[in-house]
Design a protein around this ligand. Structure first.
Ligand SMILES: Nc1ncnc2c1ncn2[C@@H]1O[C@H](COP(=O)(O)OP(=O)(O)OP(=O)(O)O)[C@@H](O)[C@H]1O
Length: 233
């Protein structure tokens, strides 16, 4: 079982010119995440992405620590990132190769596979996400949803033990949202995701509601969704 432990982990942005006051974008949080499916929900700008970025060391805490399976993200960032796959809200932030096939193959570089094995594995993961017909298209010709699925496929290709998803269904239509729900349900990875899709959130085991840079509710996901709905009124 994976374990992500935040101990008084907070994030402050220092003033740009070195004067004035720092901006707190996440107040110190102490929480242990070890359920298989965890949803992070809450208002725009509340701090969800910042919290998720702490989990693989994309953002380091200004105070406190974040440990993933015992590894401190500050001192073992590269090792943490090998076990924590991160999928961004905007897939163009992470798709760096011209085509989906090449992007998945690039992800696979770190596994010691032959060229043939890399190609076969890339093709089979693209097929699992219904993307075979787009494997050799330009990433820029893909729709937003197709890009989002490609980014997810590229991250999953290297089989991380933890998957962090920042709003994975934002760009997806109904059919692909359904595909995503099904794929996520079947994944062996621990999944921590921020989402505004409250059906996707309610299907998780645990839900955290972030409000004003702190955890306002932490409990079963369906209770978190109810709490969030009521808080909005
Ligand atoms: N590098 C940064 N510098 C300054 N402010 C930042 C930085 N990163 C995030 N913020 C601010 O921190 C707050 C929280 O941002 P965050 O992206 O975590 O919110 P969020 O809950 O994911 O929002 P959304 O649902 O809109 O994606 C926002 O007010 C944002 O503008």
């Amino acid at each position: 079982m994976n374990s992500i432990v935040l101990e008084s982990a907070g994030v402050e942005i220092p003033p740009v010119d070195g004067t004035g006051t720092a901006k707190t974008i996440l107040r110190p949080l102490s929480v242990t995440l070890n359920e298989q499916r965890i949803a992070v929900i809450g208002a725009n700008g509340s701090g969800k992405s910042t919290m998720l970025r702490l989990l693989n060391g994309l953002v380091l805490p200004s105070a406190g620590t974040v440990r993933v399976n015992g590894l401190d993200t500050r001192t073992h960032g590269a090792a943490v990132r090998r076990s924590v796959g991160f999928v961004f809200t905007d897939p163009l932030s992470q798709l760096v190769m011209p085509t989906p096939l090449e992007d998945v193959e690039l992800s696979l570089r770190r596994l010691k596979l032959s060229k043939r094995e890399r190609r076969d594995r890339a093709e089979s993961i693209l097929a699992a996400y219904g993307l075979s017909h787009l494997a050799e298209s330009s990433v820029y010709e893909l729709s937003g949803g197709e890009r989002q699925l490609t980014a997810l496929a590229a991250v999953l290709a290297v089989d991380p033990s933890i998957l962090v998803l920042d709003e994975p269904s934002t760009l997806l239509d109904l059919r692909n949202t359904k595909l995503l729900h099904e794929r996520l349900a079947g994944l062996p990875q621990q999944v921590v995701m921020s989402t505004h899709d409250l059906d996707l959130a309610a299907a998780c085991e645990r839900g955290l509601v972030i409000d004003d840079a702190r955890i306002a509710f932490d409990g079963p996901a369906s209770a978190a969704v109810d709490w969030y709905r009521e808080s909005v009124g």
